[in-house]
Design a protein around this ligand. Structure first.
Ligand code: ADP
Ligand code: ASP
Ligand code: MG
Length: 604
């Protein structure tokens, strides 16, 4: 029986803590085989990054990997010594020595496979193997040291567990498990005893850095039991539960297909509200009106504002369209007139548009920007214009005209070599085994930036072009929003396209698009760093009207203006001003009743 245990930076932050962890490992090792994966001590990796930046603002990625991989090597040696001191036979091994073979992509390498022979030899000898997390070795002639990306030790641990078919993988950290949100911001956050892989993937990619999203993805694909628990107690922690695992081959471990199926839904109708005032409370009023009617809203987008007005667009089931449009019409008078009359007045677009939603279903799609791009390119190749886009780790959807649905689905099935599922008549999600809150967790990401490209021609192929350019540089994107309003520029109808990227990649993305805008005659490209993205996640929201309304109402009650809205099936994200981020997280967490009486204090 084999267990893989991973201990994070805080858990091994001092010699005392390393000794305490060694005692825990010794206990487990008394009756089974153990592989231990460790992070660098405390904030070592941050300190190394700081050192590098004192020499160069933008150091070469190869040298960064050389530097950062040293952090974990200190811990493995010390941990192995601590175990030996307790009389436990142990050996420390670097990523290269255990045979963690990765792509040759520095600073974000994916694991290709793990050569398990050496590990198995040491396991046979009854030794505890202490492995340096976060690092691997490339397969190229020169065998370069690579790292998996910040937080990547979680991924090393789950990948080892999958490759060795361990009984389970335990991630020990400085909190008791997965909480409803980050306890450093909301100390009343509550522990969850379990969470689904899909929910965890969304939370992790939306800023809950307690787990590396790629670790969750591997656990999901290989059906590896994963638990997150505290290094300081014996409490059971949180189980991350996967549905039916795919159990792919162990070759190309992290390169497995991220799309499992294509879904389509023709039972959709869209409504747009144009030129609504840009002030707190408008989205809240609209969606609470709709929630009162018990109408389930599917996708919602609110585009970047032009002067001081916004557009809000959403989709509902066809049979609810009239009712929803009536709610939108009814709130128009209360919105008042726009301060600048030249902008025109708020308006509900009432022409009934027959739309369909086609989606890629899978895992790891934000982390692999080429997947969404391939979808846009496939649709462009058959001349399908995209009306709305919704992105997430587990689903990428495009709203298109119903008449395009069949050819869209056929070409997507071909591109991704998967089957299709018609979900038009599935009104509700399957009953969960137990009644859980529709919102399980709330996440905040303060490290995002917003990019907007103005005046992009409104024709098929534009999303493919823009996101293709970014995917070439492996830049992940989220919250893609095309404005509902069209502008005529020299007789060509144009729309604005906005989306979010990580701040670290903002400048590169900006440069790429600014060059393209010049070349293709698009309008201005605008980069805004002072934003925060706050998101709610939960599988239960699918069949639970009113979740969006509740989130928007909480923000409105605190006078927080929403700059952008984007939703996917099990998540709703809002962009707000950076200075409102923490407050936004706190009020939303409270509004969903997620706070408990227990207060968590994270060890320093
Ligand atoms: P480690 O060094 O053990 O890998 P990390 O710092 O990477 O630890 O992750 C643990 C931290 O994640 C916690 O200290 C907490 O501040 C943060 N965190 C963010 N969101 C959550 C959440 N939903 N549940 C638990 N912890 C969270
Ligand atoms: N030490 C690395 C980091 O700080 C990897 C990890 O801890 O997971 O990002
Ligand atoms: Mg971590």
């Amino acid at each position: 029986m084999l267990i893989v245990q991973k201990y994070g930076g805080t858990s091994v932050g001092s010699v005392e803590r390393i000794k305490a962890v060694a005692k825990r490992i010794a206990k487990t090792a008394s009756d089974r085989s153990v592989i231990v994966v460790v992070s660098a001590m405390g904030k070592t990796t941050d300190a190394l990054v700081k050192l590098a930046n004192e020499i160069s603002p933008d150091p070469c990625r190869r040298e960064m990997d050389m530097l950062l991989s040293t952090g974990e090597q200190v811990t493995i040696a010390l941990m192995s010594m601590a175990l030996q001191e307790l009389g436990v036979p142990a050996i420390s091994l670097t990523g290269a020595q255990v045979g963690i073979v990765t792509e040759a992509e520095h600073s974000r390498a994916r694991i290709l496979h793990i050569q398990t022979e050496r590990i198995e030899e040491h396991l046979q000898l009854g030794e505890v193997i202490v492995v340096a997390g976060f690092q691997g070795i490339s397969q190229t002639r020169h065998q370069e040291i690579t790292t998996l990306g910040r937080g990547g030790s979680d991924t090393s641990a789950v990948a080892l567990a999958a490759a060795l078919q361990a009984e389970r993988c335990e991630i020990y950290t400085d909190v008791p498990g997965i909480l409803t949100t980050d306890p450093r911001i909301v100390p009343e956050a509550q522990l969850m005893s379990k969470i689904s892989c899909d929910e965890m993937l969304e939370l992790a990619s939306l800023g809950a850095k307690v787990l590396h999203p790629r670790a969750v993805e591997i656990a999901r694909n290989y059906g590896m039991p994963l638990v997150v628990l505290s290094s300081w107690s014996d409490a059971p922690g949180t189980r991350i539960v996967s549905a039916i695992p795919k159990r792919p081959a162990l070759q190309d471990l992290e390169l497995t297909k991220s799309v499992d199926a294509i879904e389509y839904d023709t039972n959709q109708a869209g409504i747009s509200m144009l030129r609504v005032p840009d002030r707190p409370g408008v989205a809240a009023k609209l969606f609470s009106g709709i929630a009162v009617q018990n109408i389930d809203v599917d996708l919602i987008i609110q585009s970047i504002h032009e002067s001081d007005t916004n557009d809000i667009a959403f989709t509902v089931r066809k049979d609810c369209w009239k009712q929803a449009a009536a709610v939108a019409d009814a709130i128009l008078p209360a919105l008042g007139k726009n301060s600048d009359p030249s902008l025109g007045e708020p308006e509900v677009q009432t022409e009934e548009r027959t739309i369909a939603k086609v989606s890629l279903v899978g895992a790891g799609m934000i982390g692999r920007p080429r997947v969404a791009t391939k979808m846009f390119e496939t649709l462009a190749a058959v001349g399908v214009n995209i009306v709305m886009i919704s992105t997430s780790e587990v689903k990428v959807s495009c709203v298109i005209d119903t008449e395009d649905c069949e050819k869209a689905v056929n070409s997507l099935c071909q591109t991704f070599a998967v089957d299709v599922a018609d979900i038009s008549s599935s009104f509700a999600a399957p009953e969960p085994e137990e009644v859980l809150s529709p919102v399980r967790g709330v996440a905040l990401d303060l490290k995002q930036a917003r990019l907007a490209v103005r005046q992009v021609p409104d024709r098929s192929g534009m999303a493919a072009k823009i996101f293709g350019l970014l995917a070439q540089q492996n830049i992940s994107i989220d919250m893609i929003i095309q404005s509902q309003r069209c502008h005529s520029v020299d007789g060509v109808l144009t729309r604005d396209i906005a989306f979010t990227v990580s701040q670290a990649e903002g400048e590169t993305a900006y440069q790429t698009l600014a060059d393209a805008a010049l070349e293709f005659g698009w309008g201005k490209v605008v980069l805004e760093n002072a934003i925060a993205k706050v998101s709610v996640v939960g599988s239960g929201m699918i069949s639970h009207p009113g979740v969006a309304a509740q989130m928007f109402e909480a923000l409105a009650a605190s006078q927080i203006n929403i700059l952008m809205i984007a939703t996917s099936e099990i998540k709703i994200s809002c962009v707000v001003e950076e200075e409102n981020g923490v407050k936004a997280l706190q009020v939303i967490h409270k509004a969903f009743g997620l706070s408990g009486n227990e207060v968590f204090k994270v060890p320093a």
